[in-house]
Design a protein around this ligand. Structure first.
Ligand code: ZN
Length: 219
């Protein structure tokens, strides 16, 4: 499987299916030709260009899925703790300590249900994308239940956990590789990812893979 970071929280998992998570791309084009879109919550820097995927099904919390369906889109609604299979890819929705306002138009928005993360299982790999979240100790359960290979964790602070909390999150989740996200997109979430990498690798066996926007790794 290939994993590409498009910046901020947008990743594409490219295996037997092509899955985009949180299709907001700060610079450049949103990935096309995807089979499935997964949206962690309603904030614009995650929901992004979801409406542009007219043919791919969208996996999202029920409130967002229902709104997408009312717009004529194909959406698979689910909720925290549940698992669904879409085109052979399994999505488990995990908690996220965060909020979720969805800007339905320039004039108004609505509360988009709870914010979430995903454990995504495809081709024998287990990827945990935490979404936007603060640290919570039940990340231990994600390790015990799903054994992720890769943990994609926010480190930007202010709106999510910062690097200090993400160090503990990485240990809770227990994946061998951590990819940091949701930092340096805007001035309020500027962070030193190299320092985070050094600190985590000095104290644990977990490796930190810092990506540049557009960069792909193969696992
Ligand atoms: Zn958010």
């Amino acid at each position: 499987m290939k994993i590409t970071w498009f910046g901020h929280s947008c990743f594409v998992l490219d295996g037997s299916k092509r899955v985009v998570i949180d299709p907001f791309v700060p610079e450049g084009k949103v990935p096309e030709d995807v089979d499935i879109v997964a949206v962690t919550h309603g904030h614009g820097d995650h929901f992004g260009d979801t409406l542009s995927f007219s043919s791919a099904p969208v996996v999202a919390v029920n409130e967002i899925a229902r709104w997408l369906q009312s717009k004529g889109m194909t959406a698979e609604g689910m909720n925290i703790g549940g698992t669904i299979e879409v085109e052979g890819v399994r999505f488990t929705m995990t908690p996220a300590l965060h909020s979720s306002w969805l800007e339905a138009s320039e004039e108004h928005g609505f509360y988009g249900g709870v914010a979430a993360g995903f454990v995504i299982r495809m081709d024998g790999h287990v990827i945990y994308h935490a979404g936007d979240t603060g640290l919570f100790s039940d990340m231990n359960l994600i390790r015990e239940l799903y054994h992720p290979d890769i943990a994609i964790l926010p480190i930007g602070g202010r709106f999510t956990m910062g690097p200090d909390e993400a160090l503990m999150a990485a240990e809770f989740v227990g994946a061998g590789t951590v990819i940091p996200m949701h930092y340096n997109t805007f001035p309020p979430i500027e962070q030193d990812a190299d320092r985070f990498k050094k600190m985590l690798e000095r104290t644990t066996d977990i490796r930190v893979q810092i990506l540049s926007p557009g960069e792909t790794i193969e696992i």
